[in-house]
Write a protein that binds this ligand. Structure first.
Ligand code: C5P
Length: 287
Protein backbone atom coordinates (compact mmCIF):
# COMPACT_ATOMS: atom_id res chain seq x y z
CA UNK A 1 0.00 0.00 0.00
CA UNK A 2 1.17 3.55 -0.76
CA UNK A 3 0.08 6.72 1.00
CA UNK A 4 -2.24 8.83 -1.12
CA UNK A 5 -1.86 12.04 0.89
CA UNK A 6 -4.36 14.74 1.74
CA UNK A 7 -3.48 18.37 0.94
CA UNK A 8 -4.11 21.71 2.55
CA UNK A 9 -4.34 25.09 0.86
CA UNK A 10 -2.29 27.41 3.05
CA UNK A 11 -3.21 30.30 0.76
CA UNK A 12 -5.94 30.47 -1.88
CA UNK A 13 -6.85 33.54 -3.90
CA UNK A 14 -9.63 33.35 -6.48
CA UNK A 15 -9.77 35.57 -9.54
CA UNK A 16 -12.17 35.88 -12.41
CA UNK A 17 -14.34 33.20 -13.94
CA UNK A 18 -12.98 32.02 -17.29
CA UNK A 19 -14.90 31.19 -20.46
CA UNK A 20 -14.57 27.47 -19.64
CA UNK A 21 -16.39 28.05 -16.31
CA UNK A 22 -13.31 27.60 -14.11
CA UNK A 23 -11.88 30.36 -11.94
CA UNK A 24 -8.30 31.58 -12.11
CA UNK A 25 -6.68 30.84 -8.78
CA UNK A 26 -3.36 31.28 -7.03
CA UNK A 27 -2.78 28.81 -4.24
CA UNK A 28 -0.13 27.33 -1.97
CA UNK A 29 -0.64 23.56 -1.76
CA UNK A 30 1.07 21.42 0.87
CA UNK A 31 0.78 17.64 1.19
CA UNK A 32 0.28 15.93 4.55
CA UNK A 33 1.76 12.71 5.91
CA UNK A 34 -1.82 11.49 6.39
CA UNK A 35 -4.37 10.30 3.84
CA UNK A 36 -5.73 7.24 2.07
CA UNK A 37 -3.85 4.05 1.23
CA UNK A 38 -3.70 2.80 -2.35
CA UNK A 39 -2.39 -0.44 -3.81
CA UNK A 40 -2.12 -0.48 -7.60
CA UNK A 41 -1.48 -3.72 -9.46
CA UNK A 42 -1.12 -4.10 -13.17
CA UNK A 43 -2.62 -7.57 -13.44
CA UNK A 44 -5.37 -9.34 -15.38
CA UNK A 45 -8.83 -8.24 -14.30
CA UNK A 46 -12.18 -9.21 -15.76
CA UNK A 47 -13.28 -5.68 -16.62
CA UNK A 48 -9.92 -4.13 -17.54
CA UNK A 49 -10.20 -1.84 -14.50
CA UNK A 50 -11.09 -3.14 -11.06
CA UNK A 51 -11.61 -0.95 -7.98
CA UNK A 52 -11.88 -2.42 -4.49
CA UNK A 53 -12.84 -0.05 -1.65
CA UNK A 54 -12.39 -0.27 2.10
CA UNK A 55 -12.46 2.17 5.03
CA UNK A 56 -14.92 5.03 4.61
CA UNK A 57 -16.78 3.54 1.65
CA UNK A 58 -19.22 6.42 1.09
CA UNK A 59 -17.41 6.99 -2.23
CA UNK A 60 -18.55 5.40 -5.51
CA UNK A 61 -16.66 2.33 -6.76
CA UNK A 62 -17.39 2.94 -10.46
CA UNK A 63 -16.34 5.41 -13.14
CA UNK A 64 -17.46 8.33 -10.98
CA UNK A 65 -14.53 7.56 -8.69
CA UNK A 66 -11.45 9.55 -9.77
CA UNK A 67 -9.16 6.57 -9.04
CA UNK A 68 -11.25 4.47 -11.42
CA UNK A 69 -11.11 7.22 -14.07
CA UNK A 70 -7.33 7.53 -13.68
CA UNK A 71 -6.90 3.76 -14.08
CA UNK A 72 -9.09 3.73 -17.20
CA UNK A 73 -7.38 6.73 -18.84
CA UNK A 74 -3.89 5.41 -18.05
CA UNK A 75 -4.84 1.91 -19.29
CA UNK A 76 -5.98 3.25 -22.64
CA UNK A 77 -2.90 5.45 -23.18
CA UNK A 78 -0.50 2.73 -21.99
CA UNK A 79 -2.24 0.31 -24.34
CA UNK A 80 -1.67 2.69 -27.24
CA UNK A 81 1.99 3.12 -26.24
CA UNK A 82 2.76 -0.58 -25.74
CA UNK A 83 0.27 -2.21 -28.11
CA UNK A 84 -1.43 -4.14 -25.32
CA UNK A 85 -3.88 -2.50 -22.85
CA UNK A 86 -2.75 -3.63 -19.37
CA UNK A 87 -5.45 -4.41 -16.81
CA UNK A 88 -5.35 -2.30 -13.65
CA UNK A 89 -6.59 -3.29 -10.19
CA UNK A 90 -6.80 -0.63 -7.48
CA UNK A 91 -7.32 -1.35 -3.76
CA UNK A 92 -8.31 1.89 -2.09
CA UNK A 93 -8.60 2.30 1.67
CA UNK A 94 -10.34 5.62 2.37
CA UNK A 95 -9.70 7.90 5.32
CA UNK A 96 -9.95 11.34 3.66
CA UNK A 97 -13.60 12.41 3.84
CA UNK A 98 -15.42 13.26 0.62
CA UNK A 99 -16.35 16.95 0.29
CA UNK A 100 -13.69 18.08 2.74
CA UNK A 101 -11.42 20.20 0.51
CA UNK A 102 -8.52 17.88 1.35
CA UNK A 103 -8.19 16.59 -2.22
CA UNK A 104 -8.85 12.91 -1.50
CA UNK A 105 -10.21 11.88 -4.90
CA UNK A 106 -7.59 13.93 -6.75
CA UNK A 107 -4.81 12.41 -4.68
CA UNK A 108 -6.11 8.90 -5.35
CA UNK A 109 -6.17 9.59 -9.10
CA UNK A 110 -2.59 10.92 -9.12
CA UNK A 111 -1.37 7.95 -7.06
CA UNK A 112 -2.98 5.53 -9.53
CA UNK A 113 -1.39 7.32 -12.53
CA UNK A 114 2.07 7.32 -10.94
CA UNK A 115 2.03 3.79 -9.50
CA UNK A 116 0.50 2.11 -12.55
CA UNK A 117 3.02 3.80 -14.82
CA UNK A 118 5.93 2.84 -12.54
CA UNK A 119 4.71 -0.78 -12.31
CA UNK A 120 4.90 -1.11 -16.09
CA UNK A 121 8.39 0.42 -16.41
CA UNK A 122 7.13 3.96 -17.20
CA UNK A 123 5.73 3.53 -20.73
CA UNK A 124 4.29 7.07 -20.56
CA UNK A 125 6.46 10.19 -20.06
CA UNK A 126 5.75 12.53 -17.13
CA UNK A 127 4.33 15.17 -19.50
CA UNK A 128 1.64 12.73 -20.59
CA UNK A 129 0.78 11.89 -16.98
CA UNK A 130 0.40 15.63 -16.31
CA UNK A 131 -1.94 16.02 -19.28
CA UNK A 132 -4.06 13.12 -18.00
CA UNK A 133 -4.03 14.55 -14.47
CA UNK A 134 -5.39 17.89 -15.72
CA UNK A 135 -8.16 16.10 -17.63
CA UNK A 136 -9.25 14.31 -14.47
CA UNK A 137 -9.47 17.38 -12.20
CA UNK A 138 -7.90 20.71 -11.27
CA UNK A 139 -6.04 19.41 -8.17
CA UNK A 140 -4.72 16.15 -9.64
CA UNK A 141 -1.54 17.66 -11.17
CA UNK A 142 -0.37 18.87 -7.74
CA UNK A 143 -0.50 15.35 -6.34
CA UNK A 144 1.80 14.00 -9.08
CA UNK A 145 4.65 15.83 -7.34
CA UNK A 146 3.18 16.47 -3.86
CA UNK A 147 5.32 18.29 -1.30
CA UNK A 148 4.67 22.02 -1.49
CA UNK A 149 3.80 23.87 -4.68
CA UNK A 150 2.19 26.99 -6.04
CA UNK A 151 -0.87 26.24 -8.17
CA UNK A 152 -1.98 28.73 -10.82
CA UNK A 153 -4.45 28.71 -13.70
CA UNK A 154 -7.37 26.61 -12.47
CA UNK A 155 -4.92 25.15 -9.93
CA UNK A 156 -3.36 22.78 -12.47
CA UNK A 157 -0.26 24.82 -13.40
CA UNK A 158 2.17 23.64 -10.77
CA UNK A 159 5.38 25.28 -9.60
CA UNK A 160 7.04 22.95 -7.06
CA UNK A 161 8.66 24.60 -4.04
CA UNK A 162 11.60 23.42 -1.98
CA UNK A 163 12.92 24.28 1.44
CA UNK A 164 9.78 23.93 3.57
CA UNK A 165 9.87 22.68 7.16
CA UNK A 166 7.59 19.86 8.45
CA UNK A 167 5.08 21.15 11.00
CA UNK A 168 2.19 19.56 12.92
CA UNK A 169 -1.36 20.59 12.03
CA UNK A 170 -4.68 19.74 13.65
CA UNK A 171 -7.34 18.83 11.09
CA UNK A 172 -10.84 19.61 12.30
CA UNK A 173 -13.30 17.60 10.23
CA UNK A 174 -16.96 18.59 10.67
CA UNK A 175 -19.72 16.13 9.72
CA UNK A 176 -20.52 18.34 6.71
CA UNK A 177 -19.78 17.76 3.01
CA UNK A 178 -19.10 20.72 0.71
CA UNK A 179 -19.57 20.53 -3.05
CA UNK A 180 -16.81 22.42 -4.87
CA UNK A 181 -19.07 23.65 -7.73
CA UNK A 182 -21.65 24.85 -5.17
CA UNK A 183 -19.00 26.86 -3.33
CA UNK A 184 -17.55 28.35 -6.54
CA UNK A 185 -21.10 29.26 -7.63
CA UNK A 186 -21.19 31.59 -4.57
CA UNK A 187 -18.09 33.43 -5.77
CA UNK A 188 -19.33 36.86 -6.74
CA UNK A 189 -17.37 40.05 -7.19
CA UNK A 190 -16.24 41.84 -5.15
CA UNK A 191 -14.53 39.04 -3.25
CA UNK A 192 -12.59 39.72 -0.11
CA UNK A 193 -9.29 41.09 -1.48
CA UNK A 194 -6.20 39.01 -0.82
CA UNK A 195 -3.58 40.58 1.42
CA UNK A 196 -0.76 42.30 -0.45
CA UNK A 197 2.16 39.89 -0.99
CA UNK A 198 0.02 37.26 0.74
CA UNK A 199 1.38 34.31 -1.21
CA UNK A 200 5.00 35.36 -0.56
CA UNK A 201 4.25 35.71 3.15
CA UNK A 202 2.76 32.20 3.28
CA UNK A 203 5.73 30.71 1.40
CA UNK A 204 8.16 32.54 3.69
CA UNK A 205 6.35 31.28 6.81
CA UNK A 206 6.35 27.70 5.45
CA UNK A 207 10.08 27.86 4.75
CA UNK A 208 10.73 29.30 8.20
CA UNK A 209 8.57 26.60 9.84
CA UNK A 210 6.86 29.35 11.81
CA UNK A 211 3.34 28.30 12.95
CA UNK A 212 2.25 31.78 14.03
CA UNK A 213 3.43 33.37 10.78
CA UNK A 214 1.58 30.65 8.84
CA UNK A 215 -1.63 31.26 10.82
CA UNK A 216 -1.28 34.98 10.14
CA UNK A 217 -0.54 34.45 6.43
CA UNK A 218 -3.37 31.99 5.87
CA UNK A 219 -5.94 33.31 3.43
CA UNK A 220 -8.77 31.56 1.62
CA UNK A 221 -11.00 33.55 -0.73
CA UNK A 222 -13.44 30.60 -0.75
CA UNK A 223 -14.08 30.88 3.00
CA UNK A 224 -16.97 33.36 2.76
CA UNK A 225 -18.57 31.57 -0.25
CA UNK A 226 -18.32 28.22 1.59
CA UNK A 227 -19.74 29.58 4.85
CA UNK A 228 -22.51 31.30 2.90
CA UNK A 229 -23.40 28.14 0.99
CA UNK A 230 -23.30 25.96 4.12
CA UNK A 231 -24.77 27.68 7.23
CA UNK A 232 -24.01 24.62 9.44
CA UNK A 233 -20.33 25.09 8.51
CA UNK A 234 -20.55 28.73 9.58
CA UNK A 235 -21.95 27.67 12.97
CA UNK A 236 -19.29 24.97 13.32
CA UNK A 237 -16.48 27.40 12.38
CA UNK A 238 -17.74 29.99 14.89
CA UNK A 239 -17.76 27.31 17.60
CA UNK A 240 -14.16 26.32 16.76
CA UNK A 241 -13.08 29.98 16.79
CA UNK A 242 -14.71 30.55 20.19
CA UNK A 243 -12.99 27.49 21.65
CA UNK A 244 -9.54 28.21 20.18
CA UNK A 245 -9.62 31.98 20.66
CA UNK A 246 -8.51 32.35 17.03
CA UNK A 247 -10.05 31.75 13.62
CA UNK A 248 -9.39 28.30 12.15
CA UNK A 249 -8.24 27.99 8.52
CA UNK A 250 -10.46 26.44 5.82
CA UNK A 251 -8.90 24.12 3.23
CA UNK A 252 -9.98 24.52 -0.41
CA UNK A 253 -13.76 24.73 -0.76
CA UNK A 254 -14.22 23.06 2.65
CA UNK A 255 -15.48 21.57 4.80
CA UNK A 256 -12.20 20.71 6.57
CA UNK A 257 -10.83 23.31 8.98
CA UNK A 258 -7.33 23.26 10.35
CA UNK A 259 -5.18 24.95 12.96
CA UNK A 260 -1.40 25.19 12.95
CA UNK A 261 -0.51 25.14 16.65
CA UNK A 262 2.78 26.18 18.18
CA UNK A 263 4.97 23.07 18.54
CA UNK A 264 4.17 22.47 22.23
CA UNK A 265 0.48 23.38 21.95
CA UNK A 266 -0.99 20.48 19.94
CA UNK A 267 -2.56 18.67 22.90
CA UNK A 268 -3.94 21.93 24.27
CA UNK A 269 -5.66 22.61 20.92
CA UNK A 270 -7.12 19.09 20.90
CA UNK A 271 -8.38 19.52 24.47
CA UNK A 272 -10.13 22.77 23.55
CA UNK A 273 -11.92 21.01 20.68
CA UNK A 274 -12.96 18.01 22.76
CA UNK A 275 -16.65 17.13 22.39
CA UNK A 276 -17.15 18.83 19.02
CA UNK A 277 -18.98 16.70 16.45
CA UNK A 278 -16.87 15.14 13.68
CA UNK A 279 -13.25 14.12 13.93
CA UNK A 280 -9.86 15.64 14.77
CA UNK A 281 -6.62 14.37 13.25
CA UNK A 282 -3.06 15.39 14.01
CA UNK A 283 -0.89 15.24 10.90
CA UNK A 284 2.27 16.90 9.61
CA UNK A 285 2.77 19.24 6.70
CA UNK A 286 5.43 17.64 4.50
CA UNK A 287 6.52 20.46 2.20
O1 C5P B 1 -11.56 20.50 -11.59
P1 C5P B 1 -12.62 19.97 -10.68
O2 C5P B 1 -13.43 18.88 -11.31
O3 C5P B 1 -12.10 19.57 -9.34
O4 C5P B 1 -13.59 21.18 -10.42
C1 C5P B 1 -14.88 21.00 -9.90
C2 C5P B 1 -15.69 22.27 -10.10
O5 C5P B 1 -15.19 23.32 -9.26
C3 C5P B 1 -15.63 22.85 -11.49
O6 C5P B 1 -16.59 22.27 -12.33
C4 C5P B 1 -15.92 24.32 -11.24
O7 C5P B 1 -17.30 24.52 -11.03
C5 C5P B 1 -15.25 24.56 -9.91
N1 C5P B 1 -13.88 25.10 -10.06
C6 C5P B 1 -13.71 26.41 -10.47
N2 C5P B 1 -12.45 26.93 -10.59
C7 C5P B 1 -11.37 26.18 -10.27
C8 C5P B 1 -11.52 24.84 -9.84
C9 C5P B 1 -12.81 24.34 -9.73
O8 C5P B 1 -14.69 27.12 -10.75
N3 C5P B 1 -10.15 26.72 -10.37
Amino acid sequence: MALSPAKLNLYLDVGSRRDDGYHEIETLFVALDWGDQVLVSVRPSEDGVHLQLSGDVSVPDDEQNLAWRAAAIWRQAAGEATGDAPDVAVDLSKSIPVGSGLGGGSSNAATVLRRANAKLGKPLPDAELYAMARDIGSDVAFFLTGGAAIGRGRGDRIEPLTGGTPLPVVLILPPIMCSTPTVYAQVKAPLRPAPENGLDAAIHALRAGDPKALRDAHFNALAIPALTAYPPLLRFTSDVERRLGRAPCLSGSGSALFDIPDADDVQNVLDKLDGLPGERIVANLVP
